[in-house]
Design a protein around this ligand. Structure first.
Ligand code: VGL
Ligand code: ZN
Length: 195
């Protein structure tokens, strides 16, 4: 299905941070492989005048999602550390881009970019009706951000060639995708997107 980008559209890039890349604290296998693909999406939206949102996991060092503090994850994306920085090759536009930090208070975790953030307000202020979601991890934060968007009434497109999953349990990513499609999300490939 060919989809034309209109002024109702925003791109949301989820958690493309060093700690989620190979060699990081909580690596998504091949998470770095989607950087060039995402850069092309970013360039397409940005040069067309569409806003681009970057979510980031942004935890205090004693965050409840960490092992030893009640959670299941090794410490990751600690505020201000190298691991919390975006992948160095990710092309963040100068204009019309927004960084959305989540999971930044000690006692709350957020898998969705909408949870405890102003993402919904920023989208609504700009008249955005359709969101295009890519990044990592398909089975955690991409899934929950897309689901958050669906629940808030956005038309949600998932970037088929711009996501990677963890698959702690085999098939988690596929399950997440089929659940999202059942709820109305649409898979889109960069070759089918035009301005
Ligand atoms: C994530 C695990 C813990 C994610 C964040 O961004 O998918 N996963 N925190
Ligand atoms: Zn986290």
């Amino acid at each position: 299905m060919r989809v034309k980008i209109t002024e109702l559209d925003a791109l949301i890039i989820v958690d493309m941070q060093n700690d989620f890349m190979p060699g990081g604290a909580l690596p998504v296998p091949e998470g770095d492989k989607i950087v060039p693909v995402l850069n092309r999406y970013i360039e397409t939206f940005s040069s067309n005048g569409n806003p681009v949102f970057f979510t980031r996991d942004w935890h205090p060092e004693d965050h409840i999602s960490f092992k030893g503090y009640g959670g299941i994850w090794p410490p990751h994306c600690v505020q201000g550390t190298k691991g919390a920085e975006f992948h160095p090759e990710l092309k963040i536009p100068y204009d019309n881009k927004f960084i959305i930090s989540k999971g930044n208070s000690r006692d709350f975790d957020a898998y969705s970019g909408f949870q405890g953030t102003v993402l919904d307000d920023l989208l609504k202020e700009r008249g955005i009706k359709r969101i295009f979601v890519g990044g990592v991890a398909t089975d955690y934060c991409v899934k929950n951000t897309a689901l958050g968007g669906l629940n808030l009434g956005y038309q949600v497109f998932i970037l088929e060639d711009g996501i990677k999953g963890v698959d702690l349990n085999k098939g988690d990513s596929e399950k997440a995708l089929s659940m999202l499609l059942k709820k109305g999300a649409i898979l889109i490939n960069s070759k089918d997107l035009y301005t």
